[in-house]
Design a binder for this molecule. Structure first.
Ligand code: AMP
Length: 394
């Protein structure tokens, strides 16, 4: 079965064509800067590696370009759209309606729309991807895989906020959790690698968005993001945890509108607000040259991760393995080093040499005396979506 995976973001579409059950990736690509005059398309197969610039005003045109490429006589990988039997979509917010992957129906689309106010940067583009894919692949089954689904196992004591009960009961205001597809994928890889029957795992996803999950026996039991993908860790341009009274101060005393506060906290804060860049590579380079703002921002970032490690060790009364994943988690030895520094009380000890080694494979970076395994596990949300879509359809 050929499954096309679409991860439709606010200004980008990531895609992969995966053959199941062999898990063979037939092609992959990314359309970025949709809506701007210089949108960039990257596309790779076993024999082709293309980078093109196009004018791509809408997601629909972006997907049209992807379909044309898949069918292209010279660079394509299929000769007929019927060769794609299913399209798997990443959907960020499924609220309480989805604890599993779902076949897309009008009701499912209506639910994704209903949860759009809870993930305004993501759900509308995810839904747009579904509508466009339905049009271009009318013969394929459309499957939605929700980032929130993995976290439906979080118990009520960690799920509920200490605000009046009616807001939980009637308005569903609660912790939902995000990056579930990634946390599920990497924790299952770790459990398999370590051959654990019972397991206590802390999964640390550090990309543009950053989150951590406490995972006991394969189930999410606590998570650093909550109602929306904004709190917890310091991220590329999101603040993570702040005292909510700052919001009232900004509005009541400094004259900000609520929209301005939202923009400030989600697009202008985090590493962007602290250093002027949201790209950790640039921040690390500046820090190495002695830039004190960048050095402090890296310290703050790692300190927040460390606080959540401590919290989750307490929550699970122990930990077997800590996983670092996603762009920063897989590539930044510096953030890993800072986050794991002085945790030997918990039996968490990094091997500095192993930490510096580069590889695309799952690897162990703890010292030989460390009680806790520290792993770098490359995430693969697209493969996880393909696996779940295949499982649903077979
Ligand atoms: P993702 O959202 O998983 O694609 O991750 C994006 C983040 O990963 C950005 O902040 C990048 O700066 C960061 N990143 C990617 N490669 C590296 C690297 N080699 N060293 C440090 N950070 C990296």
């Amino acid at each position: 079965m050929n499954i096309l995976i679409i991860n439709s973001g606010s200004s980008s579409i990531k895609f992969q064509l995966i053959q199941m059950p062999s898990e063979e990736m037939i092609c992959s690509g990314l359309v970025e800067r949709i809506g701007e005059t210089d949108a960039v398309l990257n596309y790779k197969t076993k024999s082709v590696d293309l980078k093109q610039t196009h004018v791509i005003p809408t997601h629909k045109q972006g997907l049209q370009i992807i379909v044309d490429l898949l069918l292209d006589l010279e660079n394509g990988v299929i000769s007929n759209i019927k060769e794609i039997q299913a399209v798997g979509h990443r959907v960020v917010h499924g609220g309480n309606s989805f604890s599993n992957t779902a076949l897309v129906t009008p009701e499912v689309k209506q639910k994704i729309q209903q949860y759009a106010p809870l993930a305004p940067l993501h759900n509308p583009s995810n839904l747009e991807g579904i509508y466009v894919a339905e049009e271009y692949f009318p013969f394929a089954k459309q499957i939605a895989v929700f980032d929130t689904a993995f976290h439906q196992t979080i118990p009520e004591k960690a799920r509920k906020y200490a605000i009046p009960n009616n807001l939980y009961e009637d308005q569903d205001i609660q912790v939902y959790g995000f990056h579930g597809t990634s946390h599920k994928y990497v924790s299952e890889k770790a459990i398999e690698y370590l051959q654990l029957e019972k397991s206590k795992i802390i999964s640390i996803h550090l990309g543009n968005g950053c989150s951590m999950t406490a995972i006991e026996n394969g189930k999410s039991i606590d998570h650093s993001m909550g109602f929306a993908p904004t709190n917890g860790l310091i991220m590329g341009s999101r603040s993570g945890d702040i005292d909510h009274s700052i919001i009232f101060y900004l509005v009541d005393s400094l004259g900000y509108s609520l929209e301005e506060v939202n923009t400030l906290l989600t697009k202008e804060s985090g590493m962007q607000g602290l250093t002027g860049s949201n790209d950790l590579r640039d921040i690390e380079k500046e820090a190495a040259k002695g830039n004190s703002e960048c050095i402090l921002a890296l310290e703050m970032n790692a300190y927040r991760i460390k606080k959540f490690i401590g919290t989750y060790v307490a929550v699970m009364n122990g930990v077997d393995a800590i996983i670092f994943t996603a762009g920063i988690g897989e590539n930044s030895s510096l953030i890993r080093k800072l986050a794991c520094r002085d945790l030997d009380f918990f039996g968490i000890e990094l091997d500095q040499t192993k930490n510096e080694e580069r590889s695309q494979e799952l690897r162990e970076i703890n010292s030989s005396t460390s009680k806790v395994k520290i792993l770098v596990v490359p995430t693969n949300e697209e493969l996880e979506i393909a696996k779940q879509a295949f499982a649903l359809l077979t």
